[in-house]
Structures are given as structure tokens and as C-alpha cells.
Design a protein around this ligand. Structure first.
Ligand SMILES: [Zn+2]
Length: 89
């Protein structure tokens, strides 16, 4: 008996986790789904790294967006931290 039909469980879990990442990041998942993603992130270094990167990126973008109404000095500081110029706004 061979096991060529073995299911790549971890791969599938990663695929699902990655698909949910964006929804998770924008808080569109319900609490059960959020829990599933968080659970996977705790077990999977690859997805954790990816998630951490995207979360950081998203926070940065959100900071950037909210900075539009912030004092221009703060906005400039944020943009400088980002290494961007104000033209992207
Ligand atoms: Zn994974």
C-alpha cells in the first residue's frame, strides 16, 4: 500500500491562513475565524512572518491615512519614517 495520496495538511492550512490574512487584518472575520488564523500563526513560522509583515504594513498605512488629519509636522514625521514623500497621499 502506498501513500501517494497523502494530503499536504500543513500546506492547505497555510493556504487558508493566507487567504484569511487580509480579512483578518481588516477585521472582517468573525471571532471563530480569527481564532483559527491566530492558532495557525502560533504554529506556523512562515505564516507568522508573513502576517507580521502585513500587519506592520497595514498599521503603517493606517497611521498614514489617519495622519492626513493630523498636524502636518506629525504627518511629515510619519512619512519620513516610511521613507515616502507626501505625494502618495
Ligand atoms: Zn502556515
Amino acid at each position: 500500500m502506498n501513500e501517494t495520496s497523502q494530503t499536504p495538511v500543513e500546506f492547505n492550512q497555510c493556504q487558508q491562513a493566507v487567504q484569511r490574512l487580509n480579512e483578518y487584518l481588516s477585521r472582517e472575520l468573525n471571532s471563530d475565524e480569527t481564532e483559527l488564523v491566530q492558532e495557525h500563526l502560533q504554529q506556523c513560522k512562515g505564516c507568522f512572518d508573513k502576517f507580521h509583515f502585513e500587519e506592520t504594513l497595514l498599521k503603517t498605512i493606517r497611521a498614514k491615512i489617519s495622519s492626513v488629519t493630523a498636524p502636518s509636522g506629525l504627518r511629515d514625521s510619519v512619512l519620513r519614517l516610511l521613507g515616502r514623500d507626501a505625494s502618495i497621499l
